[in-house]
Design a protein around this ligand. Structure first.
Ligand code: GLC
Length: 527
């Protein structure tokens, strides 16, 4: 059995505004990413996914694209991006772009044309609707960022749909011309050697043809975001979306070893369809369970089993711990459990996706209201800024991110939580990540081996990873009190990676003692 790079490898997400600034404007750029390839190679990741770097008015920090085949000057030039593709490839790394097909910027030439008159040839690139008889919005659909999903365009006398900001009008994916032009944009990048795409909000692309009202959410409570007041029954996850995913996939199949990753927040049973229904869909529909579930051994172990048990034949699993839309793992579960989470992410079966800075244990930063940048924070009070702060490279000025004041403040803890200090510290989160990555890279049992759950009680989660006669036992204590696991029927071995490096090398025979917040990878003796 041969495995492809995106099955064996590790994906690392770079939020380019916050990774490294080389031109001194306080915003990260492509040359910044280039300047950190040594670091990424040292860390041991395989593929870099960069959040959007296309021209954009930045209403949603690049997720409002005004030109799908260009580069925003704040990030650099097209030739910088071409150089990044080339230099990543020279090192055996892969480069993935973010593709944002659900909506454009309202400043995209298509939308400017579309709104100029009702009979403009681009009108049908977007989703326009007359008011309801008697007036008012066409239906009850809500924007993810709060309020109605409809915006009135007085000049042309119709509403247009925007699932996110009003500056992000939704494209009409039932229009074959939209598909043609968007696939041409994907081809533009594939021809330049890009290794694949992370597709933004893939499950949103097609909407109910009859524009039916969404039903109320019976489980809604006022502490949730306003968008959750309705179930998005008719505005997301429509059956026809799978046709689009498979068209994208077919396009990628014309190139060798490209990968299609879909951003999809859905329960497992709905998520599986994104691997493809009648034709292949995404290679990796993002699996966000480690983000969305409560952090308990029972819940996580049940979710792993449900996920493993639901995967269609030949579908490859994947796991995600954090991204630019969510609180950081170290803030969700605490620093001690974030170490346990690192062991989990890097020993589960399936492609892991890491979020920049999580390997340092970066935590959500304190952002004062007057410094808030995120439009979601401004509109509904749930800001994503705290998880988007500058990468912490050193204890120096602005954490080594920039010579100028960064666009978002640097985290409070940067003087000790940074690459320079942690690289020297055997007990650091960074060194733990690096040991885990190195082990995963050298042991096929951990990257592509099979997964077998081990019955564990209370706050322990345990499983085996096996390939041939190579066997590893992973034991995670998801609580902070000590516990133990009997090894009868499992075997004996030696701890090779542990959240506490002093335990590495320890032999375990009848049982393994797990301290609080402890996680161990044990190499078992062959049977
Ligand atoms: C995705 C992106 C998020 C963005 C939204 C609208 O969820 O990850 O950052 O705001 O789509 O494009």
């Amino acid at each position: 059995m041969t495995y492809l790079w995106w099955q064996k490898g590790i994906v690392y997400q770079v939020y380019p505004r916050s990774f490294a600034d080389t031109n001194g404007d306080g915003v990260g750029d492509l040359r910044g990413v280039l300047s950190k390839l040594d670091y990424l190679e040292w860390l041991g990741v395989d593929a870099i996914w960069i959040s959007p770097v296309y021209p954009s008015p930045m209403a949603d920090f690049g997720y409002d694209v005004s030109d799908y085949t260009g580069v925003h000057p704040i990030f650099g030039t097209l030739s910088d991006l071409e150089e990044l593709i080339e230099r990543t490839h020279q090192r055996g790394l892969k480069l993935l772009l973010d593709f944002v097909p659900n909506h454009t910027s309202d400043q995209h030439p298509w939308f400017r044309e579309a709104r100029s008159s009702r009979d403009n040839p681009k009108r049908n690139y977007y989703l326009w609707h007359d008011p309801r008889p008697g007036g008012g919005v066409p239906n009850n659909w809500l924007s993810v960022f709060g309020g109605s999903a409809w915006e009135w365009d007085a000049a042309s006398g119709q509403y247009y749909l925007h699932s996110f900001l009003k500056e992000q009008p939704d494209l009409n994916w039932r229009n074959p011309e939209v598909r043609r032009d968007m696939y041409a944009a994907m081809r533009f990048w594939l021809d330049r050697g890009v290794d694949g795409f992370r597709v933004d909000v893939l499950w949103h692309l097609i909407k109910d043809a009859e524009w039916r009202d969404n039903p109320p959410n019976p489980d809604y409570s006022p502490d949730q975001v306003p968008y959750n007041a309705l179930l998005p029954t008719y505005s997301t996850d429509q059956p026809e979306v799978h046709e689009i995913a498979s068209e994208m996939r077919a396009l990628l199949e014309q190139y060798p070893e490209r990968v299609l990753i879909g951003e999809i927040y859905l329960p497992i049973r709905r998520l599986m369809a994104y691997y493809g229904t009648s034709a292949p869909g995404a290679h990796l529909p993002f699996n966000f369970q480690l983000i969305t579930l409560p952090w308990s051994a029972q819940q996580v172990s049940a979710a792993i089993s449900e996920y493993e048990g639901s995967l269609p034949a030949n579908a490859w699993p994947n796991w995600v711990l954090g991204n630019h839309d969510q609180a950081r793992i170290a803030s969700r579960v605490g620093l001690a459990q974030a170490r346990v989470a690192a062991v989990l992410l890097l020993t589960l079966r399936g492609t892991p996706t890491m979020y920049y800075g999580d390997e340092l244990g970066m935590r959500d930063a304190m952002i004062f209201p007057e410094d808030m940048q995120d439009p979601q924070g401004k509109q509904i009070g749930v800001s994503r800024d705290p998880a988007r702060t500058p990468m912490q490279w050193s204890p120096g000025l602005h954490a080594g991110f920039s010579q100028a004041t960064p666009w978002l403040p640097v985290g409070y803890d940067y003087q000790h939580c940074n690459v320079e200090c942690e690289a020297e510290d055997r007990f650091s989160m960074l060194r733990l990540y690096r040991r885990l990555i190195e082990l995963r890279r050298t042991e096929p049992a951990l990257s592509v081996g099979c997964y077998k759950p081990v019955l564990a009680q209370r706050q322990l989660l345990a499983y085996l990873r096996e390939a041939g006669d190579q066997r590893f036992l992973v034991v995670l204590n998801m609580g902070s009190r000590p516990d133990h696991l009997s090894l009868s029927g499992i075997g004996e071995g030696e701890i090779v990676v542990n959240t506490d490096p002093r335990r590495e090398g320890e032999r375990v025979t009848n049982r393994i003692v797990m301290l609080g917040d402890d996680a161990a990878v044990v190499r078992l003796r062959p049977h």
